[in-house]
Design a protein around this ligand. Structure first.
Ligand SMILES: O=P(O)(O)OC[C@H]1O[C@H](O)[C@H](O)[C@@H](O)[C@@H]1O
Length: 282
C-alpha cells in the first residue's frame, strides 16, 4: 500500500489518518490538532490515550499530544494549558511521498480567543510520519502589530507497558522545577530517572536527546526550539481524582513534553517561532 492520508471519524470527531508504505500510522484530530495515535511499522501503539477521554470538546482529550498555547498549565490567568486544545483546527496541507505522510493543521485567533488573550496569531502544527519516526512541529506567527509573549508545549503522553519499569535517560546534570515541591529548583544528579511516585518536573535547557527505555524496547526523543522538558505522571491519588482517567491508567502513561515554560517566548510583530519534538521508536 502506498502512503495515504484519509479523513476518518474518531470517537465522533473528524480526524486524519496518515499511513506510510512501510506500515506506520498516525491519527490526528481536527479538535486541538491533537495526535491521538502513532504506531510505527510493525506496531504496537506508542501514545497513551485514556479509555475515559471525553471527545465532545468540553475538555481536552486526555492522551496523545495536546498542544498547549499560549499558556502552559496554570502559570497565568488563562484556562489551564491555554485554549487551542479545545479549538477546531483546519487542514492546511496534506502530502505523501514514497514513504512519508505529512499533514499541517492551522488555527488562528477568534473573537473568543481575543476576549481571553488580546492578540492576533496563527498556529500551525505539522505532523509527519516516516519509517519509525514521528515529527511534530509547532509554528507560532505573531499576526499582531505589537509583540506578544507565550508559553507552550507539545504535551506528549507516551504509552508504556509499566511505568515503574520505565527509565528516562539524558536528564543528568540538569536543573528542574519540581511542581510537587512548590516549584522549588532541584538539580538532577542521577544518570536515570525512575518514576516511582507522583512526578511533575520542568527540566530547563535540555539540549541532548532523551531515551525512554523499557525492558524490550526504547524510544528516542529529540527537540528543537523548545528549551524545556516536562516529565509528568500523576500517580495513584491524583490519577484517581481525574474523571477522564481510569484508576490504574497512570501505570501505562508517561508524559515527556517538549516545552517552552521557564523563559516565555517573546515574539515581535510579524515574526514567527517554531519548536519541534521528534520521537523515534527503537
Ligand atoms: O489535566 P491537564 O490540564 O491536562 O494537565 C495535566 C498536567 O500537565 C502538565 O504535565 C503539568 O506539568 C501538570 O501539572 C498537569 O497536571
Amino acid at each position: 500500500m502506498p502512503a495515504a492520508i484519509e479523513t476518518i471519524d474518531f470517537h465522533g470527531q473528524p480526524a486524519l489518518r496518515l499511513a506510510t508504505a512501510s506500515g506506520a500510522q498516525a491519527v490526528v484530530l481536527l479538535l486541538g490538532a491533537q495526535v491521538v495515535s502513532w504506531t510505527p511499522p510493525g506496531g504496537p501503539e506508542r501514545l497513551y490515550l485514556s479509555e475515559r477521554a471525553a471527545f465532545d470538546g468540553s475538555a481536552a482529550v486526555r492522551g496523545g499530544v495536546p498542544v498547549c498555547f499560549p499558556q502552559f498549565a496554570a502559570r497565568g490567568p488563562l484556562p489551564r494549558h491555554g485554549f487551542v486544545r479545545t479549538m477546531p483546527w483546519s487542514v492546511e496541507t496534506q502530502r505523501t511521498g514514497t514513504d512519508f505522510a505529512l499533514a499541517t493543521l492551522r488555527c488562528t485567533d477568534t473573537e473568543a480567543t481575543r476576549a481571553l488573550w488580546p492578540h492576533r496569531f496563527a498556529l500551525e502544527l505539522t505532523v509527519a510520519i516516516e519509517e519509525s519516526r514521528l515529527d511534530l512541529e509547532l509554528e507560532v506567527v505573531n499576526e499582531d502589530d505589537a509583540p506578544f509573549s507565550f508559553t507552550a508545549a507539545l504535551h506528549t503522553y507516551l504509552k508504556v507497558r509499566e511505568v515503574e519499569e520505565t527509565r528516562i535517560e539524558g536528564l543528568y546534570g540538569l536543573d528542574y522545577e519540581d511542581s510537587t515541591d512548590a516549584g522549588r529548583l532541584h538539580h538532577d544528579s542521577g544518570d536515570v530517572l525512575l518514576i516511582e511516585s507522583e512526578t511533575d518536573r520542568i527540566y530547563r535547557e535540555v539540549a541532548r536527546p532523551l531515551l525512554v527505555r523499557e525492558y524490550d524496547r526504547s524510544l528516542g526523543i529529540n527537540q528543537e526550539g523548545f528549551h524545556d522538558v516536562v516529565v509528568w505522571n500523576p500517580w495513584e491519588e491524583r490519577c484517581a481524582a481525574l474523571a477522564d482517567m481510569p484508576d490504574r491508567g497512570f501505570r501505562h502513561m508517561l508524559c515527556v513534553e517538549a516545552a517552552a515554560v521557564h523563559a516565555p517566548i517573546e515574539l515581535e510583530a510579524g515574526l514567527n517561532w517554531w519548536g519541534r519534538q521528534t520521537l523515534v521508536a527503537l
